[in-house]
Design a protein around this ligand. Structure first.
Ligand code: NAG
Ligand code: NAG
Length: 496
């Protein structure tokens, strides 16, 4: 039998149509989550690739059961982990099925350590961190967020949640050395370093559990600090998840309580992760460090090398701020009383280098003329015992020798030391010497005249020809070659 060309074309078209039909019906019979490409993990290969992790909720008022149900309606086998520090009270009404777990993150006496680690409950390649107040609606959203991660580039992808504090994508620089986090606008949004607000986030389980603090709250703050520090790109998708039908925290009292607890959690998190200063786009600063009412945030300095240097950190920003404030105040008092003073030691070195306290220094040193001590009421008082002045600064004679010390407050012992010198045959000398290279006599002509030098935000008096003065005390090239105070114990080059 011979086919005409027309019959042949018709037969071909029918065949192609049938093939397409079979393929589509085959696709529809496949379990939804097995359809996606990409690497699969062991036994979970055929099941879902994403575990839903619910961590951001308040025990006293939440819509977590609704959230969990919304996922189970889409896929009854969806793995869900609700993580809380302690057993939520009032109890959460969670379905008692094998793929829904309540993970309690605080160790319990009768449980093995693994029971308090969320990774124990996660067997999938990806994790979605879903905030309370959201609801799953469109099937396949979890998988699509995982696809963005598979495509590479972003290590964390996020979406907004309708009801919640809208998620924002920001630039963030974290400096552990300077105890600080600096937020700014993201130049290449929707790619950024950090998220603020209450986002819905997806990332690889491997990446989440490689964080130092995977489920620390608030999740957005904790994960942002960690992605930014690791240089992982974050992407905020143009997707908004619907709000819960019965959203949590609808009363003013519940919102007030949640906000209060959120603030406390955030402050505790930043302190725990060693962030003492957060600066926001627009210049607003948030401090989480020491103040006049707290102790100094490092202990007694041994061998001239404060503890934070061994941790690879410099002086906490709150301490630098308190030292600047104390220095400015003390200089004001000395000037008003007619006490001749000059920047000494490391403080002069910092002023010569960059007009400020050396970023790893822990005190401020000033030289004064011994014969001027009597001009200053606070110093006269300090001769007799310790004096707390009207601004809360403490003036006292140091126990270590014949010099004065002005402390930031009675609790916080950050201080400015005042070293009294007197001239003898044109040489400035004193009676107490510390075992420091820079603690040496020097010709009085360096003080005749004193010269103004910017320091710590104000103009201070300094020896004239301070470069020669510094090189006499510390050795040649000291301004250009920064070094830690006691390189025999810890050197700048050796610690970085
Ligand atoms: C982060 O640091 C880089 C490099 O120093 C700088 O260009 C950028 O402006 C900083 N971003 C923020 C938000 O401070
Ligand atoms: C976990 O992080 C460390 C460094 O932070 C890295 O060396 C290691 O490869 C990471 N492990 C995984 C499984 O990603």
């Amino acid at each position: 039998m011979r086919l005409t060309r027309c019959q042949a074309a018709l037969a071909a078209a029918i065949t192609v149509n049938l093939l397409v039909l079979f393929y589509v019906s085959w696709l529809q019979q496949q379990p939804r989550n097995a359809r996606t490409r990409g690497p699969r993990r062991g036994t979970a290969a055929a099941g879902p690739h994403v575990t839903v992790l619910v961590r951001e909720f308040e025990a006293f008022d939440n819509a977590v059961p609704e959230l969990v149900d919304s996922f189970l309606q889409q896929d009854p086998a969806q793995p869900v982990v609700v993580a809380a520090d302690v057993l939520p009270y009032p109890p959460l009404a969670l379905p008692r099925i094998p793929n829904v777990h309540l993970a309690l993150l605080q160790p319990a006496l009768d449980q093995p350590a693994a029971a308090s680690r969320p990774e124990t409950y996660v067997a999938t390649e990806f994790v979605a961190l879903v905030p309370d107040g959201a609801r799953a609606e469109t099937p396949g959203r979890l998988e699509r967020m995982a696809e963005v991660l598979r495509a590479g580039g972003a290590r964390l992808v996020a979406a907004r949640v309708a009801s919640a504090n809208p998620a924002r994508c920001l630039a963030l620089n974290v400096s552990q050395r300077e105890w600080s986090a600096r937020y700014g606008p993201a130049p290449s949004a929707p790619r950024c370093d950090a998220l603020e607000g209450t986002p819905w986030c997806s990332l690889r389980a491997r990446d989440l559990f490689n964080f130092s603090a995977p489920l620390a709250r608030p999740l957005a703050t904790a994960s942002s600090l960690q992605t930014a520090l690791r240089g992982w790109a974050v992407q905020l998708l143009d997707v908004t998840f619907p709000a819960a039908r019965q959203p949590p925290l609808t009363t003013a009292h519940a919102r007030w309580k949640a906000e209060r607890e959120g603030r406390a959690r955030r402050a505790a998190l930043l302190r725990a992760l060693g962030i003492r200063l957060v600066s926001w786009d627009g210049g607003r600063l948030e401090w989480f460090g020491c103040s006049k009412e707290t102790p100094r945030c490092f202990g007694t300095v041994v061998g001239d090398t404060p503890s934070y240097l061994y941790e690879g950190r410099w002086t906490p920003p709150c301490c630098l701020r308190a030292l600047r404030e104390t220095a400015r105040y003390v200089v004001g008092v000395l000037e008003a009383a007619g006490v001749r003073y000059w920047l000494e030691g490391g403080s002069l070195l910092g002023a010569a280098r960059h007009g400020d306290i050396i970023p790893w220094d822990y005190d401020v040193d000033l030289g004064i003329y011994l014969e001027d001590v009597g001009n200053c009421e606070q110093l006269r008082g300090a001769e007799a015992g310790s004096v707390v002045d009207e601004r809360g600064f403490v003036w006292e004679k140091a126990i270590e020798g014949d010099f004065f010390r002005v402390q930031y407050s009675e609790s916080n012992h950050l201080h400015v030391d005042l070293w009294p010198f007197y001239p003898r045959n044109g040489v400035m000398t004193k009676d107490t010497w510390l075992d420091h290279r820079q603690d040496v006599e020097f010709p009085e002509h360096f003080l005749q005249p004193l010269v103004p030098l910017p320091f710590a935000g104000f103009m201070a008096q300094a020896p004239n020809n301070y470069r020669r003065f510094l090189e006499l005390k510390f050795g040649p090239g000291v301004i250009e070659s920064p070094e830690y105070p006691n390189p025999a114990l810890l050197s700048l080059a050796g610690s970085s």
